[in-house]
Design a protein around this ligand. Structure first.
Ligand SMILES: Nc1nc2c(ncn2[C@@H]2O[C@H](COP(=O)(O)OP(=O)(O)OP(=O)(O)O)[C@@H](O)[C@H]2O)c(=O)[nH]1
Ligand SMILES: [Mg+2]
Length: 314
């Protein structure tokens, strides 16, 4: 795409045109060379959205809850963006069928942008693409951007780190979901949701979470609230929206929001720089010759590294 086309697409996105938003996110997802220019064009129009991560074990009700959240936010006249990270399928290039159906009720609402991204099989990976996709939605005037992901792998945790506020969904009768949650993702939860609160053992799960809450609260002065929801009805979603607003206010009041944005920018620069350096190294003309020398025993690997880096500097 030409710069003129990019400028037109950014203008279209800012005017709320779903087609322009979709096109820009596709460019980002494909790792188009235009992305760096696009990021420059978007920069003046970003920083407005509240980015909310929605994560939790498979089947816990993330998509249902996301859809209910859209409904609740729309009742409050908020413009909503959704980025659904599909962990399993690099080929479908879209949401799972069930998600599509659940989101369909919002499909004709021009205050909602829903987009799926595959977490594997793309250039630079999610780490590079997701922040840019968020910028597109932010510039398109979204007040809230929901990111739905299955909180299992490192790439999903990386995506969650892009959020201002992270919602961890758990549900009763899912065996060791608290146990699973402890393995890394718990520390990034700002709001706990006990979904499927219509199930009998919801009370027990709530008690377990309050136990964990007690352990966490010493560390900082935000105590993640526990919200009970039945996403299918939906009920409890208004309380969830309320908790998220409180968390955002806390981020702003304490300066924690600024710290998180700083950490995020740092992480993004590191990831992009590492990617750039790696690509240059792979393309360095001297690499093959150095490899032959190291393999043949005439050069040690460390000296080879020094020479390779020296070639990059030239
Ligand atoms: N009883 C009950 N069922 C629910 C509730 N929320 C969601 N479900 C059901 O749970 C199933 C899974 O819901 P999804 O929203 O697809 O869950 P998910 O976490 O997005 O699933 P994955 O994306 O596959 O990880 C569906 O059959 C929902 O109808 C709830 O509050 N109560
Ligand atoms: Mg889902």
């Amino acid at each position: 795409v030409s710069v003129d086309e990019l400028v037109a697409l950014v203008a279209g996105a800012r005017a709320g045109q779903a087609r322009a938003v979709g096109r820009l996110i596709s460019l980002v997802e494909q790792g188009s060379p235009a992305v760096s220019e696009l990021t420059r064009l978007l920069a003046p129009y970003t920083g407005h959205a509240h980015v909310v991560g929605v994560t939790g074990p498979p089947g816990v009700g993330k998509s249902t809850c996301t859809s209910a959240l859209i409904g609740e936010l729309r009742r409050g006249k908020r413009r909503v963006g959704v980025l659904a990270i599909d962990p399993s399928s690099p080929f479908s290039g879209g949401a799972l069928l069930g998600d599509r159906i659940r989101m369909a009720e919002h499909a004709t609402d021009d205050g909602v942008f829903v987009r799926s991204m595959a977490s594997r099989g793309q250039l630079g990976g999610m780490a590079a693409a997701a922040p840019q996709a968020l910028r597109v939605l932010d510039a398109a005037g979204c007040d809230v951007i929901l990111i739905e992901t299955v909180g299992v792998g490192q790439s999903e945790i990386d995506v969650m780190r892009l959020a201002d506020s992270t919602v961890l969904l758990l549900a009763p009768g899912m065996g060791d979901s608290v146990q699973a949650a402890k393995a890394g993702i718990l520390e990034i939860a700002d709001v706990f949701v006990v979904n499927k609160a219509d199930r009998p053992d919801a009370g027990e799960l709530g008690r377990q979470l309050r136990g964990l809450q007690a352990m966490q609260s010493a560390a900082d002065d935000w105590q993640p609230p526990i919200v009970q929801t039945v996403a299918t009805e939906p009920s409890g979603i208004d309380a969830l929206v309320e908790s998220l607003a409180e968390h955002r206010a806390w981020l702003q009041r304490t300066g924690e929001g600024k710290l998180r944005r700083l950490a995020r920018a740092r992480h993004e620069i590191e990831a992009l720089a590492a990617d750039t350096v790696r690509r240059r190294l792979m393309a360095a003309p001297g690499l093959t010759a150095l490899a032959a020398d190291v393999a043949g025993g005439t050069l040690d690997a460390y000296t080879a590294v020094d020479r390779l880096l020296a070639q990059l500097r030239d």
